[in-house]
Design a protein around this ligand. Structure first.
Ligand code: AKG
Ligand code: FE2
Length: 229
């Protein structure tokens, strides 16, 4: 599941701000020191890409796992039928040693506390399927929020890996920034859902554009301000 129904006309309380600012600072310093990190050129959000983060064999292994767990995607406040998120998705098995290895690699890349990370979610889009514009951070006026507050709090960073090249369509578009990222097999995209001061960043709004031809597979891992679960 993911958050999507924030309402810009209804300001919501900012939560966990100091912790989120601290996490941002720590990750920023780590990525700045990493020569493999490519900073996507914008001043309005912290978005980085890593080419070949996963090997082709690792991508294939995840693709098989996604096929096993993928069901019509759910959202916190809308259902599959409403057409907002028409991909299929599911959590992969966190106890699987392969999954644990990749999670550790992502934790390490960002310098994140492993217990702040949600279980990796796999997602598959067939032609015509999409995930409309949304922010990954939680809207604290939403019905789901009290429960999320108790199990880890606000989301800090998102890490998302593309498992295959998509024939046509299927880009990740940061809709307020005018930036489109084309899926590239093995590449990892990471971004801070918060501003440097720890408040939610509306400019991280993004959409998975419908796949036109072929299929698209991704895995996503979200981090929280506190221990998840
Ligand atoms: O598939 C994509 O390109 C984006 C997926 C996404 O935004 C999400 O899972 O939160
Ligand atoms: Fe998202």
């Amino acid at each position: 599941m993911t958050a999507q129904t924030a309402n810009p006309d209804k300001p919501a309380p900012v939560v966990d701000q100091a912790a989120l600012a601290r996490i941002g600072e720590k990750v920023r310093a780590r990525l700045a020191a990493d020569p493999a990190a490519y900073k996507v050129p914008t001043e309005r959000a912290e978005i980085y890409a890593f080419g070949n983060f996963l090997s082709p064999a690792e991508c294939d292994r995840f693709i098989a796992m996604v096929d096993e767990v993928a069901k019509p995607s759910s959202l916190f406040e809308t259902t599959y039928e409403q057409g907002f998120r028409t991909s299929y998705s599911g959590d992969v098995d966190r106890a699987d040693p392969f999954v644990r290895m990749i999670e550790r690699r992502i934790d390490d890349l960002l310098g994140m506390e492993p217990d702040h990370g949600e279980t990796v979610q796999g997602q598959r889009y067939l032609p015509g399927q999409e995930f409309r514009a949304h922010c990954d951070w939680f809207w604290t006026r939403a019905k789901y929020w009290p429960q999320e507050a108790k199990r880890g709090g606000q989301r800090s960073w998102t890490a998302m890996a593309y498992l295959n090249d998509v024939e046509e369509g299927g880009s990740t578009d940061f809709t307020r920034l005018g930036i489109a990222i084309q899926p590239q097999r093995g590449a990892l995209l990471v971004w801070n859902n918060m501003l440097p001061d720890g408040a939610p960043n509306w400019d991280t709004m993004h959409a998975a554009i419908p796949v036109a031809k072929g299929v698209k597979y991704v895995i996503t891992k979200w981090y929280r301000s506190r221990r998840w679960g």
